[in-house]
Design a protein around this ligand. Structure first.
Ligand code: ZN
Length: 164
């Protein structure tokens, strides 16, 4: 089933306009889609994801601090791609985690900001996969590891071997 994807002349994809709680849920789902796609791009195990209008969660294999920073930024990066602006609100938990990790690695606030832009650039070519994960999460509330693998495979995001 195709999701009615809106794509502008810059190739940016957006989810269809909805209202109220449905909008909040779609934003949460889009944010979680970023974590999912980031995990699949790096070949880690993405064990499941959930989204409601109040909160979202994506469960994935913990890796190095550098990758955890990348994964942490991918939710905001997806907001930037799906919504068209890089928002930091609604991602306070991610930001705190990323800043704590970055501090431990000697990264400055400017380094974190650049890493966010890098994450957005890495996810941007996968905007259709982001939109599909967002659509599936909005529709089903949660995705199992198998469902994530199936969608990821359809978009060429699932590696031959999965680290775990
Ligand atoms: Zn997040």
């Amino acid at each position: 089933m195709m999701f009615p994807v809106n794509m502008d002349k810059y190739g940016r994809v957006s989810v269809p306009e909805t209202e109220g709680d449905a909008t909040k849920k779609a934003h949460v789902a889009g944010h979680e889609a970023g974590h999912i796609v980031g995990g699949l791009l790096r070949g880690v195990r993405v064990a499941g994801a959930e989204a409601s209008e109040y909160r979202g969660e994506t469960r994935m294999t913990k890796t190095t601090d550098e990758e955890r920073i990348f994964f942490g930024l991918c939710g905001m990066a997806a907001d930037g791609i799906l919504v068209g602006e890089l928002r930091r609100d609604g991602s306070q938990g991610d930001l705190k985690t990323v800043r704590d990790l970055a501090g431990g690695l000697g990264m400055s606030a400017q380094d974190v900001e650049e890493a966010l832009l890098d994450a957005r650039d890495e996810l941007a070519p996968h905007s259709r996969a982001l939109a599909e994960f967002a659509r599936a999460l909005t529709e089903r509330d949660s995705l199992s590891e198998q469902e994530i693998q199936n969608i990821g495979r359809a978009y060429g995001l699932v590696a031959e071997t999965v680290r775990g």
